[in-house]
Design a protein around this ligand. Sequence first.
Ligand code: GAR
Length: 204
Amino acid sequence: MLNMEKTKIAVLVSGGGTNLQALIDARGKVLQSGEIVLVVSTRSDAYALQRAAAAGIPAVTVERKGKTQQEFERGLTEALSAAGAEMLVLAGFMSILSADFTSRWPERIINIHPSLIPSFCGKGFYGLHVHEAALAYGVKVTGATVHYVNEVPDGGKIILQKAVEVLPDDTPETLQRRVMEQAEWVLLPRAAEMTARALAEKRN
Ligand code: GAR
């Protein structure tokens, strides 16, 4: 979108940050309407912070541990306001956000979840656990979902989904990797662009 001001995106992470990397690599390609102005990590030892540094993106840590929900969210809000963030991308963000927080960002928070929602989602289904559950159930197809975030964990409106085959000799780790490569890293930049573009158009 020529001459349109880009939507300011904050990416919230808790771990390795391969989805953050997919967003970084999508800048100027799939991701045209938004710019990543901040990375917020809930852990100071998250490898995602090194990815942000390597890409020259400002990053802060807002620890989740040892805080009440309210204290944690106050810290998040301060960091996000200081950066002027207009939308949030949860990219391997392992904390639950309250209704008080999510209601202040209506259709402005998107999350990547490593299954086909409504399967294997909600409280307790995160990271490798999702793939363990899919294998234990014996599904032959799984995938990833990007959805808006509301007060229900993994319950917001679905934006994009992609199916991925489960193979007979899969371990949680091999399945996680295939779901990332074939679905997550493809879907998340696309959904971020869709949301950033909609917000940019609304502003202009
Ligand atoms: C990803 O598979 C992401 O979908 C999942 O955690 C992994 C984080 O990897 N997120 C959730 O389970 C959220 N409920 P990353 O740090 O390498 O992007």
